[in-house]
Design a protein around this ligand. Structure first.
Ligand SMILES: CCC(=O)SCCNC(=O)CCNC(=O)[C@H](O)C(C)(C)COP(=O)(O)OP(=O)(O)OC[C@H]1O[C@@H](n2cnc3c(N)ncnc32)[C@H](O)[C@@H]1OP(=O)(O)O
Ligand SMILES: O=CC(=O)O
Ligand SMILES: [Mg+2]
Length: 356
């Protein structure tokens, strides 16, 4: 581990200074596309107007014989597209794969000025982030980049979960962490074959009402990912970086997808992955606070003045802690409103009504 005194020193001569604060840019959806797939690539310019983050995926879901094509495709798309204020990320191949070194060398050299964040899969511990950190510094210096690339880890190995706090704090480049439920399930030897989401077998049951152990007992399905998401959120909050839900693989089941996204949102995640265009609007809806909640938050903040003491608003007690909760919602709403004029209007109208 680096000494705290050296934490913000560049790791290579000529590399840009690391950032001291991770920008809280809207990233409600990280939209995955395969840059070697011509149909998906053709949708990128339009998607860039709709999503907060576009991610050119080079890892799993890209065929082994298309890895070079995907890397080259991403370089071409990045050079040809005006992304506006939409961020461009990539997911590189895993650190033990034959492709990752060329992924990093090519992408940083060719499009390092266009890329915002590099997502690193199957991170096991801080050592993986340290390796990427130094290599990126060398490549940034060689490419003459003035802005450091940020790093995002996928939480998808049992040891990654055990080490999540040290991963979150491993480098000033750490932008955030996403849950990777598919690889994580395999790594843990969980017995679900689903990509994210619940499982009907993971449940609790009410007590028996009489002698019959089957009659009248309601069951409630539980969230397989609750523990990991909560732990990830704490690790990220502790280190000032951003937590995300990951993939929801049942593309057809837009209802359960929305539920899973909302659980993550309520627990503290700022966004999710979207794997198919149909998931984009769901993510946008879920990860933007509702106008009525924004209006309430603004009303509490306005009524609390300097935030000290306790007051009653609409029958509910408010104090220092609850005003902080309200600030979380109101500040997120302000950030999203800057990017989204429709949302701004909805938030302002709801606030006007609540304050009237
Ligand atoms: C599980 C662990 C992980 O690592 S998850 C992350 C890795 N996986 C991915 O990135 C998967 C990305 N998504 C996909 O590959 C596709 O959406 C899958 C799931 C295969 C479905 O594709 P397909 O059968 O073509 O769906 P469809 O016919 O409903 O598509 C309609 C049109 O939309 C397009 N499309 C599809 N997905 C995307 C996408 N992610 N980005 C941009 N465009 C997409 C399709 O190409 C299709 O286009 P067209 O209308 O035929 O021109
Ligand atoms: O990469 C994502 C996962 O769920 O595995
Ligand atoms: Mg994975």
């Amino acid at each position: 581990m680096r000494s705290p005194k050296d934490f913000f020193a560049p790791l290579a001569v000529g590399a840009p200074d690391p950032v001291r604060e991770i920008p809280a840019l809207p990233s409600r959806m990280i939209h995955f596309f395969d840059p070697s797939n011509a149909k998906m690539a053709a949708k990128v310019p339009d998607l860039a107007k709709k999503v907060d983050v576009l991610l050119g995926n080079l890892e799993d879901a890209v065929r082994a014989d298309r890895k070079e094509a995907a890397r080259q495709g991403l370089v071409e798309i990045a050079k040809a597209t005006d992304f506006g204020s939409t961020q461009l990320w990539t997911r590189i191949n895993s650190l033990d794969s034959p492709w990752v070194l060329d992924d990093l060398i090519t992408l940083v050299t060719e499009i390092g000025d266009k890329l915002d964040v590099i997502m690193v899969p199957k991170v096991e511990g801080a050592q993986d982030i340290h390796y990427v950190d130094r290599l990126l510094a060398q490549l940034e210096a060689r490419a003459g980049l003035r802005r450091p690339l940020l790093v995002h880890a996928i939480l998808e190995t049992a040891s990654g979960v055990a080490n999540v706090e040290e991963i979150a704090g491993a480098s000033p480049r750490m932008q955030g962490i996403s849950l990777g439920p598919a690889d994580l399930a395999a790594s843990r030897r969980m017995k679900t074959t689903r990509v994210g989401g619940g499982h009907p077998g993971y449940l609790v049951r009410t007590d028996p009402v009489g002698e019959d152990l089957h009659e009248g007992r309601t069951t409630y399905q539980q969230d397989l990912w609750h523990y990991t998401v909560a732990r990830m959120v704490d690790a990220c909050a502790m280190h000032g970086i951003l937590p995300y839900y990951g993939p929801f693989g049942d593309i057809r089941d837009v209802v359960a997808c929305e539920d899973q996204f909302r659980n993550a949102f309520l627990l503290g995640c700022v966004g999710t992955w979207t794997l198919h265009p149909v998931q984009v609007d769901i993510a946008k809806r879920v990860f933007s606070p509702e106008p009525k909640d924004v209006a309430w938050a603004r009303k509490v903040i306005a009524a609390m003045g300097d935030g000290t003491g306790a007051v009653m608003i609409d029958g509910k007690m408010q104090d220092d802690a609850s005003v902080k909760q309200c600030r979380v919602v109101a500040e997120l709403a302000d950030k999203l409103a800057e990017r989204d004029p429709e949302l701004k209007q909805a938030y302002d109208e709801a606030t006007k009504e609540a304050l009237a």
